[in-house]
Design a protein around this ligand. Structure first.
Ligand SMILES: [Fe+2]
Length: 85
């Protein structure tokens, strides 16, 4: 699934988030965060400009509801993706 500049791939209970975005000192992805539909925090990853903007999360066993993934850019603010496992 690809929405705007980033995507989340789900495989069983794993969610892999990849942001298709430059990573330079001046302009980079600062953070990914993943939440369940009820707002339960699943995880977050903070990046430096030297990192690839990719992160992996484990969903609760059997979870089939919506998930929300945010990707935060230091220049362009906050992007939100809604998807399902
Ligand atoms: Fe950006």
């Amino acid at each position: 699934m690809r929405v705007r500049r980033y995507c989340a791939h789900t495989s069983g209970s794993k969610v892999v988030v990849v942001t298709n975005h430059p990573m330079s000192q001046e302009h980079y992805i600062v953070r990914h965060t993943l939440l369940l539909a009820d707002g339960t925090f699943v995880g977050t990853k903070t990046f430096t400009p030297a990192d690839k903007p990719e992160s992996t999360y484990d969903l609760p066993n059997g979870y089939k509801g919506k998930i929300y993934v945010s990707s935060f850019c230091n220049l362009h603010d906050f992007w939100l993706l809604e998807t399902k496992p």
